[in-house]
Design a protein around this ligand. Structure first.
Ligand code: NI
Length: 173
């Protein structure tokens, strides 16, 4: 497994609608392994393929918070939200492509998602709590949407300017 560089906002690839995965093959499984490694190393709880520059509809996540609980890595290929609760939940969200910036985002508190797994089999599950927020945040990435797109324009512009500055500093380093 290899960690891959994570794209930092603003980047046109983070604003692009990703393509459906046509076939679950070995290169895709290798990408999933790399994405999990990259996510755990960051550390983060979710990562979508566009964040490592691959415009394919795949995401990884592991929202286990308890220190000593076993990890629960998940890989979702071509995920789709097929049901959302009317009830909403607010979480303070962050994103590995927008480092060290956090803001409250309201989303449905429960969602049902269908996807394909790494064996090519159809899956479906209901998510709640942090898992529900995370899976919706990551599916947004596949549609070129970031959590800051839910914020008021001024706040979004402020965060974007901070990221532009961070990228300039990184480029000089
Ligand atoms: Ni994100």
């Amino acid at each position: 497994m290899t960690t891959r560089p994570i794209l930092i906002h603003p980047d046109p690839r983070l604003k692009t609608v990703a393509d459906p995965v046509a076939e679950v093959d070995d290169p895709l499984r290798k990408l999933a392994d790399d994405m999990l490694e990259t996510m755990y190393a960051a550390p983060g709880i979710g990562l979508a393929a566009p964040q490592v520059g691959i415009l394919q509809r795949m995401l990884v996540m592991d929202c286990v918070k308890e220190e000593n609980a076993p990890p629960q890595p998940m890989v979702l290929i071509n995920p789709e939200v097929v049901w959302s609760s009317d009830e909403k939940n607010v979480y303070e969200e962050g994103c590995l492509s927008i480092p060290e910036q956090f803001a409250d985002v309201e989303r449905p508190s429960e969602v049902e998602v269908t996807w394909t797994n790494l064996e090519g089999a159809a899956q479906s599950a209901k998510f709640d709590g942090l898992w529900a927020t995370c899976v919706q945040h990551e599916i947004d990435h596949l549609n070129g949407k970031l959590f800051i797109d839910y914020l008021k324009p001024l706040k979004r512009q402020l965060i974007t300017r901070r990221m532009q500055k961070l990228k300039r500093e990184k480029a000089r380093a």
